[in-house]
Design a protein around this ligand. Structure first.
Ligand code: ADP
Ligand code: MG
Length: 425
């Protein structure tokens, strides 16, 4: 991967994955430098180039120099109903553990905790203080036992702490922030007509927002709360209806959320007592910092906040300080930031594109025999070209990039997941 000219490394932009007519784009259009505007039209994802070339810190510096102005979302109210923040008291068998035992249990699960907190990881969902219905719902979803991030994250969050959590992909982070969301809903009076959500989840992309809400709905469908996803790229009508119908949990991309918040009588944040930020580092990478800060500013200041991030660049640290306050708890599971030990990584360097293409097309059949194949390229155009090349060679492939209609994006993901195509570019 050859890094581009330094001058063309514009800050990464959000609209590839966000609503094209949305607020984020309008804001970017108004503020982006001309060369950045031109460039982001064809660059879909510069992250790979940036991190491969070790430019992360420089990126960060560019961003730090940007004015920290925030979008003017109004505070809905200045007086809020009180809410119960603490929903967890450890069962006796955990409360009685000596600090060294808590430490041992954490070590066994490869959990590290930082912050003034002695809450032991739970071993079973039954120790999490959930009501019978929630426990039954967990069982029906096939969630027999908490994963390590859930074992430590759930009781810590239920105990009312603001939490920063890091754990590798596939470790069950979604449930770790959805279970406390359910608990917030359960502890509060039902929504009256036209009231907005009690729990708000922010996610960087439409795909992730959909994935989180479908994960949440697995369990919600056995319980009272309703969960809906709000993201750009599709008509607002259905999302508007879902919001107006009353959803206690809303999973949203920041741009579209600001969009609907500025619409008349659509939804508001006056009932929100719990905010979860998933993939916060990605959210900042994609230029959503102002939007995220603005949204959080419009929520009652005593809300609970949890933040999930795979990496901890200075920009995310600053966001943590600002959103989580001084006394948050940090929970790390495994070696985050380092390479995932379950993944074998092999890097190959080629003298030129032709050599790379030759290797790629001749090796691809072996990869396809072994499983599904994901290919990343730098430009949106290259996605279409490569899919075309593969298809003419008889390989079943689909492309996914920010210019596709939402319908086509769904279709591509579905085809790849169901393994009716073998390569996703
Ligand atoms: P992450 O966000 O950490 O990458 P996810 O939250 O998407 O991971 O979870 C990955 C998968 O693990 C999902 O299919 C989810 O349903 C499943 N899962 C989560 N928690 C549990 C659990 N306690 N037991 C079994 N499966 C789980
Ligand atoms: Mg996740």
């Amino acid at each position: 991967l050859a890094p581009d000219e330094p001058s063309s490394r514009a800050p990464r932009r959000a609209e590839a994955d966000e609503d094209d007519d949305g607020f984020a784009l309008a804001l970017e259009r108004a503020t982006a430098a001309p060369e950045a505007r031109q460039r982001r039209d064809d660059v879909d994802d510069e992250d790979i180039v940036a991190s491969a070339a070790g430019y992360e810190d420089e990126y960060d510096d560019t961003r730090r120099r940007q004015a920290p102005s925030e979008l003017p979302l109004p505070l809905v109210s200045t007086s809020y109903e009180p809410f119960e923040r603490v929903a967890y008291a450890p069962p006796k068998e955990l409360a009685d553990l000596a600090p060294e035992d808590v430490k041992k249990r954490r070590e066994a699960l490869d959990i590290r905790v930082d912050g003034c907190n002695l809450i032991a990881p739970i071993e079973r969902f039954g120790q999490g203080g959930f009501d019978v219905d929630t426990l039954k719902a967990l069982k029906r979803c096939g969630f027999e036992k908490p994963t390590p991030i859930q074992a430590q994250g759930v009781p810590t969050t239920l105990a009312g702490c603001n939490v920063l959590a890091m754990a590798k992909t596939g470790s069950g982070k979604t449930l770790a922030f959805i279970l406390p969301a359910l608990s917030h809903v359960a502890r509060q009076r039902a929504l009256s007509k036209h009231e907005g959500p009690i729990a708000l989840v922010l996610a960087p992309t439409r795909e992730l927002a959909r994935q989180i809400s479908s994960e949440a709905n697995k369990i919600c469908k056995h319980l009272r709360p309703r969960c809906c996803a709000i993201y750009g790229g599709v008509s607002k009508t259905d999302q508007f209806k879902a919001l107006r119908g009353g959803a206690e949990i809303v999973v949203a991309t920041p741009g579209r959320l600001i969009d609907v918040l500025t619409m008349k009588n659509c939804t508001n944040l006056s009932r929100v007592t719990y905010v979860a930020l998933d993939e916060a580092d990605r959210m900042l990478d994609m230029g959503f910092e102002k939007a995220v800060r603005s949204i959080c500013r419009a929520i009652r200041p005593d809300r609970q906040c949890v933040l999930f991030s795979a990496t901890m660049p200075p920009s995310v640290k600053r966001l943590c300080r600002d959103l989580l306050g001084d006394t948050f708890v940090t929970i790390c599971v495994g070696d985050v930031g380092a390479a995932n030990a379950d993944v074998q990584q092999v890097a190959r360097v080629f003298v030129d594109d032709a050599a790379r293409a030759q290797w790629f097309f001749s090796t691809l059949p072996q990869f396809i025999d072994a499983g599904q194949v994901l290919v990343f390229v730098t430009h949106k155009n290259s996605v279409d070209e490569l899919v075309h090349d593969l298809t003419t060679r008889g390989v079943r492939a689909v492309g996914l990039h920010g210019d596709l209609e939402q319908h086509d994006r769904h279709a591509a993901m579905k085809a790849f997941k169901s393994e009716s195509v073998h390569v996703l570019v």
